[in-house]
Design a protein around this ligand. Sequence first.
Ligand code: 5GP
Length: 174
Amino acid sequence: MQRSDLDILIDEKTLHARIAELGAQISRDYAGKDLALVGILKGSFIFLADLARSLTVECTIDFLGLSSYGHSTTSSGVVQITSDLSAPIEGRDVLVVEDIIDTGLTMRYLLENLSTRKPRSLKVVSLLHKPARTKVEVPIDYKGFTIDDHFVIGYGLDYGDRYRNVPYIGHKVR
Ligand code: 5GP
């Protein structure tokens, strides 16, 4: 159901079709590897659930909770781990699952942090990318959609911790 306070930017059908493509590509690339999906909370939980179900390879699933200090709608780049992984990733083929890469500051911190734990490989899948706001370039190995500079919500992404359960990506119109 469409909400009157949101404009739809990416509808459910388009999301699911693209995630199926990403899942097929990741399944090919990780065949025979030891895939460890690491979802970044809270925003990635719905994307991760759909992506994981589109994979045809075995994987483990773990989560890393992060909170970014400062303004609620912009990234300060100062990130705190609020909940750590439940298992070591040393020697594993880690794929970080993120909802959106905006300035890139959060992902830069994460990649630095995770690489000290000695994974065998470390790659990134992000559902969304907002290149207009890039402050630091980070590698995005798998990308769902490139979007313009909108503050988007839904499909896991929040506004004041609400709207995460909206099944499409939208932006607020009022
Ligand atoms: P970055 O550090 O790349 O600037 O931001 C990454 C984090 O900021 C994302 O994981 C997400 O939590 C939040 N963020 C960035 N852009 C948006 C947006 O358009 N909508 C929402 N809801 N969160 C965003």
